[in-house]
Write a new protein. Structure first.
Length: 623
């Protein structure tokens, strides 16, 4: 064996302990001392004031007989009263301190709890600027009938609308009563109960982590897609959404056949206004979705497959800390691709994975060594740092590697057992690895060396064992693209009329970051790419056209930035404008005029792009 190979296979010694890896540095909670087991919310939505006010009652499981304090996470909450409740429901005031805010973590709410009460009630109100909520005026909605509210708690924003132990290591069930004005439908990450007067009620009987706490409210309509699935959206959008997501029942059956029963009762989906900052969010029983996935031709429904897959990987078996987030996102990206394969065929599944793998390879060099690890060194990661394509695509790729080595039959059975074994638990990478070793690797000797597993999980970059399926359509596209770039094939002669959306994405992804102006103009003249209504095409095309210096696309790029609040799509366009002084001024003016329409998280991300561009006027061209 060559020395380099030997070195690559040498077992990895980690510079931290399993105990350190299991700590969540992004929460003030002390789950070893006390755990919330159930929460009762009693809330009122005040749209004019942009405030949620009410109480949360926490049922506590004291695990340390010497403990005498309950530490909770909060951010920008006004705490009005804290009391202990005895069995008869009698309240006794508790003293508490709200610590000065840490910019990332928020404020620790320290509650003195002598005698370790079984129930604690906190009366509180949110700030209009709560980081986990977006309040929209009725003019900012599609139908302009009523204002809209939605939450986005992942990763550490639940604490901005509920005081709680905001760590994925703690799981609790919840029930809620929410008062809202007439005509406002409230939805939560829970099962809806019959309405009582002006009170809408919810029940989440399963223990879930805090980042899955979710609420939305607005003028909403529902359309069923099967007995246990429905789409919610503003009335003018609900029919198109139900058509686009009509395969949800087929997706659910596929996943159940592979990995065991769907354990959450209903699977409903809510289409949010365009300012929703993500593609989707797997809130249990009520997936939140960006309207940008409604392409009209189901070409982007893998986002729905992804959020559904989280009902197994993520919501059922949950990463215990943000450092372990690849257990959620990598497993989910793998399962998503299996769903797409079963429902839409192997070609589409392979195309989607190869596109994602290409994006990962493109971004890998710009990530720090630690970010290139599936399981990063814990003390070096921020709460959302581990959330790169590494967690998603390298994570899924690792599972594809295992599937290839052990064979589909064995690996599918293993994964199903894994979901059963850890159901409704939060686990670390190291717990997953112990289970993998005992139940897969050691049971089928000779297939995979443990050192290879450790390379995948703990080493930066991609191992040599990372292979991709052959996609003949992509090989033909590579040839056509090369001919176009060499000037031997005109833009109109490209066989783009035969390409599906994924094939177009592949064509665009492997164009130069800044094509020549002539190339951009020729492609746009032949294929009207700047006018594409497919948001994934726009995200790949518009930045390249801007960087090529094509000022004619500026209005289309501006309209795109203002129409779409999903960070992954809108930020690349801002970054492209930020690459020139004139472009930066244009993007800044557009942002200044429409800042209020963006979600707080998106505002923060755009402002960072603009600020960094000022510090370094000609930003690098990378996405
Ligand atoms: N759970 C994530 C969204 C998320 C991650 C929100 C981290 C906040 C912090 C969700 O399941 C997701 O991965 N969404 C993707 C969709 C996708 C198909 C990869 C997105 O929003 O782009
Ligand atoms: Zn996900």
């Amino acid at each position: 064996m060559r020395l380099a190979t030997l070195l690559a296979l040498a077992a990895i010694t980690l510079p931290y302990s399993a105990a350190e890896a299991a700590q969540d540095p992004y929460s003030y909670a002390e789950p070893d001392k006390v755990r919330v087991r159930h929460a009762e919310l009693d809330l009122a939505l005040d749209f004019p004031a942009r405030v949620i006010a009410g109480t949360v009652t926490l049922d506590l499981d004291w695990r340390d007989a010497r403990a005498s304090a309950l530490n909770l996470d909060t951010r920008d909450l006004a705490i009005e009263r804290v009391e202990a409740l005895d069995e008869a429901g009698h309240a006794r005031a508790l003293s508490y301190t709200l610590a000065a805010p840490d910019p990332e973590l928020g404020s620790r709410l320290g509650i003195a709890a002598p005698g370790r009460p079984a129930r604690v009630r906190i009366a509180y109100r949110t700030a209009p600027t709560a980081s986990g909520l977006q309040w929209l005026d009725r003019q900012q909605t599609a139908d302009k009938q009523a204002p809209f509210l939605f939450s986005q708690s992942q990763s550490i924003h639940a604490r901005s609308w509920i005081p709680l132990q905001d760590t994925p290591a703690v799981r609790f069930s919840y029930a809620a009563r929410v008062r809202a004005a007439q005509g406002i439908t409230v939805l939560m990450s829970a099962l809806r109960q019959p309405v009582q007067g002006d009170v809408q009620r919810f029940d989440q009987p399963q223990p879930i982590p805090s980042y899955l706490m979710a609420i939305a409210a607005g003028a909403l309509a529902e359309q069923a897609t099967s007995k246990r699935a429905a789409v919610w959206a503003e009335p003018s959008q609900v029919a198109a959404a139900a058509r686009e997501f009509g395969d949800i029942e087929a997706m659910m059956r596929t996943t159940e056949q592979l990995y065991g029963p769907y354990r959450w009762g209903r699977y409903d989906m809510l289409v949010l206004p365009p300012s929703f900052p993500f593609g989707g969010m797997e809130n249990p029983e009520m997936t939140f979705l960006t309207p940008t996935v409604i392409a009209g031709d189901k070409s982007l429904v893998s986002v729905v497959a992804h959020e559904l897959a989280h009902s197994w990987s993520g919501n059922l078996v949950t990463s215990a800390t943000w450092r372990d987030i690849w257990l959620n996102e990598g497993f989910t990206t793998y399962v998503e691709n299996r769903i797409v394969e079963a429902v839409y065929g192997k070609t589409q599944a392979d195309e989607e994975f190869v596109v994602a793998a290409g994006e990962l390879k493109h971004k890998m060099p710009s990530l720090s060594e630690n970010q290139q690890r599936l399981a990063p060194v814990p003390r070096e990661v921020g709460a959302d740092d581990a959330l790169t394509d590494v967690a998603y695509v390298k994570g899924a790729w690792f599972l594809r590697f295992l599937e290839a080595r052990f064979g589909r039959v064995v690996f599918d059975a293993y994964l199903r057992d894994y979901f059963d074994h850890f159901a409704f638990q939060s686990i670390t990478t190291e717990q997953m690895l112990d289970y993998l070793r005992a139940n897969l690797v050691d049971r089928h000797p000779g297939k995979v060396d443990w050192d290879q597993v450790e390379q995948w999980v703990y080493a930066p970059g991609l191992p040599e064992s990372a292979t991709l399926p052959a996609v003949p359509a992509f090989t033909a596209i590579d040839t056509a693209r090369a001919a176009f770039l060499h000037g031997t094939l005109g833009a109109a002669a490209l066989p783009g009329g035969d390409w599906n959306t994924h094939e177009w994405l592949y064509f665009l992804d492997h164009l130069p970051e800044a094509p020549t102006l002539v190339q951009v103009q020729a492609l746009d003249a032949a294929w009207s790419l700047s006018r594409s209504s497919n948001a994934e095409i726009g995200m790949r095309w518009l930045p390249r056209a801007v960087r090529a210096g094509d000022h004619e696309v500026w209005p289309a790029a501006r309209a795109y930035m203002l129409r779409i609040g999903r960070m992954k799509l809108t930020l690349p366009v801002y970054r492209a404008f930020a690459g020139s002084a004139q472009g930066l001024a244009y993007a800044e003016a557009a942002y200044a005029a429409h800042k209020a329409e963006y979600h707080p998280l998106t505002q923060r991300a755009i402002e960072k792009v603009l600020r960094e561009a000022h510090a370094q006027p000609v930003a690098d061209a990378a996405r």
